[in-house]
Design a binder for this molecule. Structure first.
Ligand code: NAG
Length: 423
């Protein structure tokens, strides 16, 4: 193990040398409170919805019930991908010890009076097929029809994407359709649907932890810590009858491409570059599904999943102290901090630096204390925690209709729900 330790040390030293942003987000732990919520007093307005077995949830996405004539949202449910065995099986961060216990999907209806989440069973899922859900996305249901659901699955030999249908008439039963594989699926992480049968998919690493020793862990660790731009975004179109798929590359050369989301008007695609501590904004070519880079917005943490709101703001959750996240992944610690921000386009581009984000100055650790601002977008803190309130934030969702904020934690129990209220 000694050579591996030496290499890890060298990599950490190089990460330090990489600069201010990496230092701020990987190595230095900020002084966060138990919980801070921008839209209300944390103690009174935020609570964690818990359910037996619902823990270590990576992704959360809205499942909308819509009226097909008016396109109005009638109900906005939260769908979660959770994996209690993550500390035994995590192909992104390690370890790879035991792939046997299955993860599961959960459904939470924020409008229901019974404020708990319910487990979704998988109907027709092949026996002996692993289930380690990561990125999930579901098409809206129109006038009560079934929705196509896609789930990234960190199975033992390789990562696949599982297709299901889920219907509002039996919302706790996902019907298995097929397993999608491709030689281009090296390390799929997150999905953004472009139609009921097509999607963008990020591949977070070129070098994965499944490589033989000593290539793993050395190469994937180097790729992560050095922020090497070796990962990419692909686009997959599926022929729903035959199951045949067409894969194209949408954007190459991203540093640890993680979350991906499409703006409500379809013009912009955002990609979290975890290795660069930034969000890349791209112009979507709707015909070719290629992405043209337009803006880069630094964030004060290692960004994980991202989601546009109906209003066009981007909610970004991430890890403000990557080293303690690694410790939790290895069971050497139990908490790691959370930070969730919202990124919005400035109406008038600021003309000169510094672009002070006045609105964020009331946050315990303001964004501007960690990273420099950009002229095109402003970044505002929605939630912060030292990990005692709610740790390891990996996904954040904001419902524009109710203002509610939902946060999942990679190594946390339950789902954080915050309701706007008095400060
Ligand atoms: C449900 O209806 C929408 C809108 O007409 C359609 O795009 C979608 O494919 C339908 N879903 C399924 C699973 O057939």
């Amino acid at each position: 193990m000694r050579p591996v330790l030496t290499v890890s040390f060298l990599i950490a030293a190089l990460a330090w040398w990489r600069g201010e942003v990496a230092k701020n987000c990987i190595l230095i732990k900020s002084d966060f409170p138990t919980g801070y919520y921008a839209e209300g007093a944390y103690e009174d307005t935020c609570q964690t919805v818990k359910a037996e077995g619902m823990k270590f949830c990576e992704d959360a996405t809205f499942w909308e019930f819509k009226d097909s004539t008016t396109n109005d949202v009638l109900q906005r449910n939260v769908l979660l991908s959770c994996d209690p065995g993550r500390q035994e099986w995590n192909t992104v961060m390690g370890p790879l010890l035991d792939p046997e216990p299955h993860g599961s999907l959960w459904l939470y209806n924020p409008a229901s009076s019974a404020s708990t989440a319910e487990r979704i069973t998988l109907e027709g899922y092949p026996a002996k097929h692993d289930f380690h859900p990561l990125g999930i996305e579901i098409y809206p249901s129109f006038n009560g029809n079934a929705s196509n659901l896609f789930v990234v699955n960190h199975a033992r030999a390789r990562t696949t994407i599982e297709q299901f249908t889920l219907s509002p008439t039996s919302p706790l039963k996902a019907s298995y359709v097929r397993t999608i594989t491709s030689p281009y699926f090296i390390s799929p992480n997150s999905i953004a649907l472009t139609s009921p049968t097509s999607f963008y998919v990020t591949n977070d690493h070129l070098f994965t932890r499944r490589l033989p020793f000593p290539f793993a862990p050395v190469l994937p660790t180097a790729e992560t810590m050095l922020g090497l731009p070796l990962s990419w975004v692909g686009h997959v179109s599926l022929d729903d009858a035959s199951g045949e798929l067409e894969h194209t590359f949408s954007k190459l050369g991203v540093a640890f491409a993680n979350g991906v989301s499409i703006s409500p008007d379809g013009k912009v695609v955002a990609v979290a570059a975890t290795g660069a501590n930034a969000i890349g904004f791209y112009k979507q070519n709707e015909a070719t599904k290629t992405l043209e880079h337009t803006h880069n917005v630094p964030v004060p943490f290692s960004p994980d999943n991202i989601a546009f709101t109906e209003d066009g703001d981007l909610v970004v959750a991430g890890h403000p102290h990557f080293l303690s996240l690694v410790k939790v992944a290895k069971k050497k610690s139990t908490t790691t901090p959370s930070w969730v921000v919202s990124i919005s386009r400035r109406e008038i581009e600021a003309e000169a630096a510094p672009f002070t984000i006045k609105d964020d100055l009331k946050a315990p650790v303001p964004v501007s204390s960690k990273v420099s601002s950009v002229a095109s977008h402003q970044v505002r803190t929605l939630f912060q925690s030292d990990g005692a309130g709610f740790g390891s934030s990996t996904s954040g969702l904001v419902d524009s209709l109710t203002g509610k904020l939902f946060v999942t934690g990679l190594y946390e129990k339950g789902l954080l729900v915050c309701n706007p209220g008095p400060q």
